[in-house]
Every structure is written in structure tokens, then in C-alpha cells.
Design a protein around this ligand. Structure first.
Ligand code: FMN
Length: 374
């Protein structure tokens, strides 16, 4: 079944406005591995202001990154949970999605930290469970490195444990990776039934996990056809499991007054790419989807140019004028996308431009499409 053709699905999503998230630059070097000027900073003052601008300009979520060592440049990396707390303190409505890596994090500690953050900041916490691709990083911090599908098996147990701790008293769990005996967390998170759980990854194992336990599935950048195939696959499997999962799509957005200008910026980013850092990243990501049994998944087919934005964000092609970008976003919505995860060259300036120039067009198109269906 294609969800493009599914009336009940389209009608449901058409009534819900598409949501927007942005990548928190809590690591240095911006979101492209390029020597082009980036008026983006990883420091906390810049990020507090960015979070405030984002919530004033219609963004719903801020997603942090977890890195223990440099991976794609990113020579400095702030810890995401601590950093997220500072963003929560600086904002009123924005939700923060804290990235956590099973292995270094254990579910008992993660559940407790996130429950407290949720209580302290009015129910605005979410979590992104990252399954890992960076063997060198695990080795550097003395963490055992599991094979591809084993990492997802562990992540799934991590998510089941989080949900159990957050929603039950006397929680008991017997997994291969985690065990709990009559554990009661107090206080529980403010949000009911529990804070939203996001995950990324494109491999078979990642998609299967999403179709069983995650609230949200993040894709890397892709073409609309590529996204459609992933979405249909996940939603079909989720329906068979009696589960629902929302979809977030990654995109590096270059919105400019003319298409030529936007394309020129993209070309300059690629021309000024840092080949050493991009190639080192390309070498490391062989432990991701390519190492899965089916040999597909994140970065398995990415070119040098794609990897300059390290989550394939150029591929989604939200590059052009506000009108072109709004049209493409609404098209993504029509194939089942619930959220756009965005990155920008100059974050503060561009979230404002996006909020003022692109978002009103998206909302207008959404209203027109909705009116056309009734
Ligand atoms: C939106 C998004 C955010 C991610 N954030 C992180 C992160 O902060 N740290 C990290 O090590 N990996 C991160 N990942 C990587 C994934 O958890 C996963 O390891 C990777 O996508 C490989 O997936 P695959 O092997 O299933 O294809 C992210 C992926 C996506 C799509």
C-alpha cells in the first residue's frame, strides 16, 4: 500500500500542521564540513539566542547531538543533556530532544535525568536514541563495540526499559542487555504517558525498531522517492505491529530570494569542503548501514558531495526560493512526513528568514490543500 494513495492517512495529516525542528549546534564547525564562512557558533550564548529565535519563528523542537570525539570536524562537542537544560531555561515553549547513546548511558540513569528535566521545565523534554556508527569513538572512551544489528537490539531494549520505568511502578524487565527488578521511579515525567522517543537510522534494523517501539523516526536526507519508500515500509510494518510512528526528515535548508543565489551558496559550500574531514567521516560511516546484513542504510550510497552535510541534508533539496521550498515541504507532508529537521549555514539569521518568509507560505499551502479536501 502506498500512503500517498491512502485517503484516511492524508486526511489525518492534513489537519495537523507540519512541525519544524532544528539541529542544535552543540558541536563546533556548524552542520557542513566546509571552510565556507559559517556565522554559527557552538557556544552557549549563541545557542540560547538561537533557541529563543527559533521558538519565536515557529520551530517546535531543538535536536542536540551526542559526540564524545571529533567525527566530521566537530573538534569540540558539548554534552547534550547538560546543554539542553540551558536551552530549556532560556525558552518557554520549545521542546528539546536530547540525544543519548546506549552504552555510555544506562536506561535507569537516563530515565531519571529526563524525568527530572521534564518536571523542572514544564514537560518539554524528548529523547533521541542513537544507535551509533563511530567505532573509533567507542574505542576512545573504552566502550565495547557491538555489531550493527546488535546495537539496534540493545537500543530497542533501552527504549522498552525507558517506557517501562516512565509508565509503571514496580517495573520488572529481563532483557539480554538490561535487567530491572521492581523498580519505581519517583517522580515520573510530567508528560503523559511519557516524553516522546525519537530515533534515527535507515537500515532494516533501524526501520524495524521504529515500527515496534519509537514514537518518531528520523531519516537522513533523501529524495522524495527515497523518503516515500522508507515511510511506506515503516508505516506498513508499524500497522502490522499495532504501532504508530511519526516521521521526521532531515534537510539542510538554503532559502534565498532567488534560486540562483541559493544554488550558488550550495556550490560554494561544496567547493570549500574540507576533503580530509569529509573523507575521514566517509571512512568511519562504513560501520553504519553498510555494515548491516542487507548492506543498506545511512550513508551506504552517499557521495563525497552528500557527505559535506553529514546527514545527507542536501539530498532533500530544500534549496531555492521561499516559494519552492514551501511547495516541497508540503509535498513531503503529502507523502506522510510529519516534521522537517532543519540545519542552516548561518543559523540565527536563517531561522528568522525561514520563520518570516517560508513558514507563512507553508501554512497557507496547508490550508489550501485542506480546504480542497472538504
Ligand atoms: C536525525 C539523526 C540524528 C542523529 N544523531 C546522532 C547523534 O547525535 N550522534 C550519533 O552518534 N549518531 C547520530 N545519528 C546516527 C544514528 O543513530 C545511526 O547510528 C545512523 O543513522 C546509522 O544508522 P543505520 O546503520 O541504521 O543506517 C543520528 C541520525 C539521524 C538520522
Amino acid at each position: 500500500m502506498s500512503y500517498q494513495d491512502s485517503e484516511s492517512y492524508s486526511a489525518g495529516t492534513l489537519q495537523e500542521p507540519i512541525r519544524f525542528a532544528y539541529w542544535v549546534p552543540n558541536v563546533s564547525g556548524g552542520l557542513v564540513v566546509s571552510k565556507i564562512e559559517q556565522r554559527t557558533s557552538w557556544d552557549i550564548d549563541y545557542n540560547r539566542k538561537l533557541a529563543q529565535l527559533a521558538e519565536q519563528n515557529g520551530f517546535d523542537y531543538a535536536l542536540s547531538q551526542i559526540r564524545f570525539t571529533a567525527g566530521y570536524g566537530a573538534d569540540n562537542q558539548h554534552e547534550p543533556l547538560v546543554f539542553s537544560q540551558a536551552l530549556l531555561a532560556a525558552t518557554d515553549r520549545l521542546k528539546v530532544i536530547v540525544a543519548l547513546l546506549p552504552g555510555p548511558w544506562k536506561p535507569a540513569l537516563a530515565a531519571k535525568q529526563l524525568a527530572s528535566l521534564d518536571q523542572l521545565y514544564g514537560g518539554r523534554v524528548a529523547v533521541n536514541i542513537v544507535s551509533g556508527w563511530f567505532k573509533g569513538e567507542f574505542r576512545a572512551i573504552g566502550e565495547p563495540w557491538l555489531e550493527h544489528d546488535e546495537r539496534y537490539r540493545r537500543s530497542e531494549e533501552f527504549i522498552r526499559a525507558l517506557k517501562g520505568i516512565w509508565t509503571q511502578d514496580d517495573f520488572t524487565f529481563r532483557g539480554d542487555f538490561y535487567r530491572f527488578q521492581n523498580y519505581t521511579l519517583r517522580p515520573k515525567p510530567l508528560q503523559q504517558p511519557h516524553p516522546e522517543i525519537f530515533q534515527g537510522g535507515s537500515s532494516r534494523a533501524a526501520r524495524d525498531m521504529a515500527s515496534r517501539v519509537s514514537d518518531w523516526y528520523f531519516t537522513n536526507g533523501n529524495t522524495p522517492e527515497g523518503h516515500q519508500a522508507q515511510i511506506d515500509d515503516i508505516r506498513e510494518k508499524a500497522a502490522a505491529n499495532g504501532h504508530t510512528v511519526k516521521i521526521g526528515v532531515n534537510a539542510f535548508i538554503i532559502a534565498r530570494d532567488t534560486e540562483e543565489e541559493a544554488r550558488r551558496v550550495l556550490q560554494e559550500i561544496i567547493d570549500k569542503a574540507d576533503p580530509e574531514a569529509v573523507n575521514a567521516f566517509g571512512h568511519e560511516v562504513k560501520n553504519a548501514g553498510k555494515a548491516s546484513p542487507e548492506g543498506e542504510g545511512n550513508w551506504a550510497k552517499s557521495t563525497f558531495e552528500d557527505l559535506v552535510q553529514y546527514n545527507d541534508g542536501f539530498k532533500t533539496n530544500l534549496i531555492g526560493t521561499p516559494e519552492q521550498i514551501a511547495e516541497r515541504i508540503v509535498h513531503l507532508k503529502s507523502i506522510g512526513v510529519d516534521l522537517i529537521l532543519s540545519a542552516f549555514l548561518h543559523f540565527q539569521e536563517e531561522v528568522v528568514y525561514f520563520g518570516e518568509r517560508v513558514l507563512p507560505l507553508v501554512r497557507k499551502l496547508e490550508e489550501e490543500r485542506l480546504a480542497a479536501t472538504v
